[in-house]
Design a binder for this molecule. Structure first.
Ligand code: 1CP
Length: 355
């Protein structure tokens, strides 16, 4: 695992060091918009069959890198591997979202939960990280990831996807102690999971707090931010993981960037509802920023994609510390050719911006 990185733009930008151009990767870059992904998923039989087989997971992780000049790879897995390893029984019906056979709803369910064994139930994730690192041969860095405790709890208590995750929110109001017990067990699990991914070879770590923005300001601090801060502190206390930059991404939580920047993370993900110039001012040079093209732009014409990509690059300006990305995951109906248009434009205009 001592291979020299051939392309370290992404890691340099995370450290807010100068780069020749702006690095780019795309959330959900390995996914259903790629025909080769759909073919491998067909062979695997199911989403979990794909994620739990390190050879398949490695294959789909590398697929987008074969097509596009992306500056980072992200482990192919899912945030719901932790609740699955806790025994909740995860499945994905074809074309539908996640479902848990055994959601957690009361004190008995929550008291039974334990931190999963990273060399046991979750070993397949670490095996995938090791294999991907080997097969990348230092082309680009590998990002490991987890869901945030809040976002994992949303699915675990609801038992499936939802627009408002009202079941967990109700628990937060009626039984805050119970909600905190669940979130604390999840924070310990996420920290152990990310430390294990770092030991297996991940070179940066990202925490997806997809549903943090569902909370008002005080509940966001109490139920989401506090646990992400706890995880960052645990990573900083680990002799190996402390070297890895951590990216926090709370969707819809633009108003909290300043507080999030104080957790000790290296970077924040920004969704498309905020201008990057405002985001830069909010974090006052403490962290790098990742984002933030509206994913719906990817369905527009190549000319519009190029124009909107340039607008995002201009909004950040000629400063170090920007990793280009979408403001949320790429959607299945996007034409893969449009991703090539985006990646090439970001690199070309990012170079021009620096000259
Ligand atoms: O049928 C399929 O092939 C399923 C589609 C799919 C894919 C491609 C799912 C099910 N998960 C994934 C992979 C995945 N999920 C990655 C891989 C790496 C990458 O290329 O980016 C990552 C990072 C995730 C993370 C994830 N899973 C999040 C956080 C990021 C986000 O997009 O907000 C969330 C919320 C999930 C849950 C999940 N898993 C899958 C789906 C369809 C969902 C969303 C369910 C919902 O809408 O509530």
């Amino acid at each position: 695992m001592t291979d020299v990185l051939k392309n370290d733009r992404f890691l340099r930008a995370l450290r807010r060091e100068p780069t020749d151009t702006t690095p780019i990767w795309v959330m959900r870059q390995a996914g259903r918009y790629l025909p080769e992904y759909r073919a491998t998923r067909e062979r695997a039989g199911s989403f979990m069959g794909l994620a739990q087989n390190p050879e398949y997971a490695c294959e789909v992780t590398l697929q987008p890198l074969e097509r596009f000049e992306l500056d980072a790879a992200i482990l192919f897995s899912d945030i719901l591997t932790i609740p699955d390893a806790m025994g909740l029984g995860l499945s994905f019906a074809h074309g539908e979202g996640p479902q848990f056979a055994r959601p957690v709803r009361n004190a008995a369910d929550i008291t039974k939960l334990a931190v999963p064994d990273m060399d046991g139930e979750l070993r397949y994730v670490m095996d995938a990280v090791r294999l991907i690192r080997q097969e990348l041969h230092g082309r680009v860095p590998l990002i490991g990831f987890s869901g945030s405790p809040w976002t994992l709890a949303c699915y675990m208590v609801e038992g499936a996807g939802s627009r408002d995750f009202a079941t967990l929110k109700t628990m937060c109001w009626n039984e805050p102690k119970l909600a905190h017990q669940l979130l604390d067990t999840l924070a310990q699990s996420v920290a152990a999971y990310l430390i294990a991914q770092a030991a297996a070879g991940a070179q940066a770590l990202m925490i997806f707090d997809t549903w943090g923005g569902l909370l008002g300001p005080a509940p966001f601090r109490e139920f989401s931010l506090r646990y992400m801060a706890q995880i960052v502190a645990a990573l900083k206390a680990d002799t190996h993981a402390r070297e890895l930059p951590v990216i926090l991404f709370s969707k819809g939580a633009g108003q909290h960037l300043a507080e999030m920047a104080d957790t000790g993370c290296a970077a924040l993900g920004v969704d498309w509802t905020m201008n990057l110039a405002d985001a830069r001012r909010a974090v006052a040079g403490k962290v790098a920023l990742q984002g933030n093209l509206d994913p719906a732009v990817m369905r527009a014409s190549p000319e519009v994609i190029r124009r909107e990509a340039r607008a995002v690059l201009d909004s950040y300006g000629n400063h170090p510390g920007h990793m280009f990305n979408l403001g949320h995951g790429i959607t299945p109906e996007v034409d893969p050719e449009h991703v090539k248009v985006l990646v090439d434009e970001v690199h070309a205009y990012g170079r021009a911006l620096r000259s």
